[in-house]
Design a protein around this ligand. Structure first.
Ligand code: GLN
Length: 489
């Protein structure tokens, strides 16, 4: 059986009901991974042996009548900025050396408690800064739909793993688009939950007021399944919202858009948007209209004009502070020197790549005395206005339908020397982080050249289940994304 093409929910139920074993599934997914990794480089640390041992343990539990949980024997891939106890966690950087965290991130713990089997830690742009997974100290990842192209970033390894069938689900982190943009580039679904819905405990911080963990999958129901597992209150993350979460699988049992208002953002249509992606929005909107939704116009002028510069002040400012801890004393790499200051300089110059150094310099500058008011404080004010304009838009619409990315996946090397163009890749995703809203990339098939098409859905805070309901209707029309072979198999 081709387990690597199956949904997580079917894998879990098949194992629980004794139709096949967790070992069968893991062996198949690991074979897939071994065949494609030489081309894709989606993983920094494959965990084949741990995964096999875990699968055998799950099979033993099932045969002794126990129920390991809703993700029983499901292979998962975790982005390498989330801690897994005893497993090297690199953040795609040299500076952490082979640092092994002594604890699990809350999300990793929750997945494993539900019976999931972690098969690898995925490749990423260093410290999640980038949109192509080319800024990794472990080499670039290729897009399994077209290996000459980038998989997007920064969670490119997680997205590529799911698109290629290493695992039906993966976790990524999204600070400005790092789940939604690679999901769009790899032709799968990806959800950035509302800020505060999923615990960030054990996620190495990039920009703490923007970072959020979320799932990739090839089906909406698997996205819902992961959300039912990881969206929990966690007292160890002070920004995690207390209280229960709705049942996400429950919300897609009988999905309907009848009577709902769908907002199309005037400023985001046309312009430099790829025409195929523009058509994808239009076709999706007509389908939703013929399914009983009302299409309305909404306007997000501040997000369109100032979202990008606002993000590129706030995110680097927070990063410059968060990354100060990597000093050659507490973690990983250390370049010894006669005095401490020289040691810091040498360690950080050698340990951090060019893009991370660029962000630290920009962020430190924006926070420095004399520039704080002109840059950082102003960016905070703009952020507030972006929150308000989204709130206004949600007076007129229940859900916003907009592009996830301005372009189709670009070629490797194409934007590497052009940071501003690389930053532009997240122009439609980062306003959603600035406002703390849930956003989801939904795959809408392929264009005539076989490149992935998508749309992005955005909802008010805590209405993640509304996104899933819309996504389920879109998926029923556009079809579920299949696995890609990277042209290798
Ligand atoms: N590409 C954006 C950046 O480089 C977003 C990254 C992310 O969401 N982690 O900052």
């Amino acid at each position: 059986m081709l387990f690597h093409e199956m949904e997580a929910s079917s894998i879990a139920s098949g194992i629980r009901e004794g139709e096949f074993t967790a070992k069968d599934v893991v062996v198949d997914c690991l074979a897939r991974m071994r065949a494609l990794e030489p081309v894709l480089n989606a993983l920094i640390t494959p965990l084949s042996e741990n995964a096999l041992a875990k699968a055998v343990g799950i099979d033993a539990a099932v045969s002794s009548g126990k129920d390991p949980g809703s993700l029983c024997g499901v292979p998962v891939v975790i982005k390498d900025n989330m801690c897994a106890r005893g497993v090297r966690t690199t953040c795609g950087s040299r500076i952490l050396g082979d640092w092994k965290p002594p604890y699990d991130a809350t999300v990793v713990d929750l997945l494993e408690k539900a019976g999931a089997v972690v098969i690898g830690k995925s490749n990423m742009d260093e410290f999640a800064m980038g949109s192509s997974t080319e800024h990794s100290a472990f080499g670039p990842t290729s897009n399994p739909r077209d290996t000459d192209r980038v998989p997007g970033g920064s969670s490119g390894g997680s997205a590529a793993s799911v698109a290629a069938g290493y695992a039906p689900i993966a976790l990524g982190s999204d600070t400005g688009g790092s789940i939604r943009q690679p999901a769009a580039f790899c032709g799968i679904h990806g959800l950035k939950p509302t800020y505060g819905l999923v615990s960030r405990w054990g996620l190495v911080a990039f920009a703490s007021s923007l970072d959020q963990i979320g799932p990739f999958a090839r089906s909406v129901s698997d996205i819902a399944l992961v959300m039912d597992t990881i969206a929990r209150y966690d007292p160890r993350d002070s920004t995690c919202r207390p209280g229960d979460r709705p049942g996400y699988r429950e919300s897609i049992k009988a999905p309907t858009v009848r009577g709902k208002r769908v907002g199309i953002v005037r400023e985001f249509q046309g312009g430099s948007l790829d025409p195929d992606l523009g058509r994808s929005i239009e076709n999706t909107a007509s389908m939703l209209a013929s399914s009983g939704a009302e299409i309305v116009d909404v306007s997000l002028p501040e997000s369109a004009a100032y979202g990008l510069p606002c993000y590129y002040i706030i995110a680097p400012a927070e990063a410059s502070s968060n990354l100060a801890r990597f000093d050659g004393v507490r973690y990983g790499l250390r370049e010894d020197a006669a005095d401490l200051i020289t040691q810091f300089i040498r360690t950080r110059s050698k340990g951090f790549g060019e893009e991370v150094q660029r962000r630290i310099l920009t962020g430190t500058f924006a926070l420095s005395s004399g520039y704080y008011d002109a840059y950082y404080l102003l960016a905070l004010k703009v952020r507030r206005r972006i929150c308000v304009e989204f709130a206004d838009a949600f007076e007129a619409a229940d859900v916003i339908l907009m592009p996830a990315t301005p372009s189709l996946p670009f070629r490797k090397g194409e934007l590497i020397d052009d940071p501003i163009s690389m930053y532009m890749s997240d122009v439609f995703t980062l306003p959603v982080n600035l406002a703390g809203l849930p956003g989801m990339t939904v795959s809408t098939g392929m264009n005539d050249s076989g490149l992935p098409l998508s749309v992005q859905l955005v909802a008010p805070r805590w209405e993640d289940s509304r996104l899933l309901e819309f996504a389920a209707v879109i998926e029923a029309w556009a079809g579920r994304p299949g696995v890609a072979s990277g042209g290798v198999l």
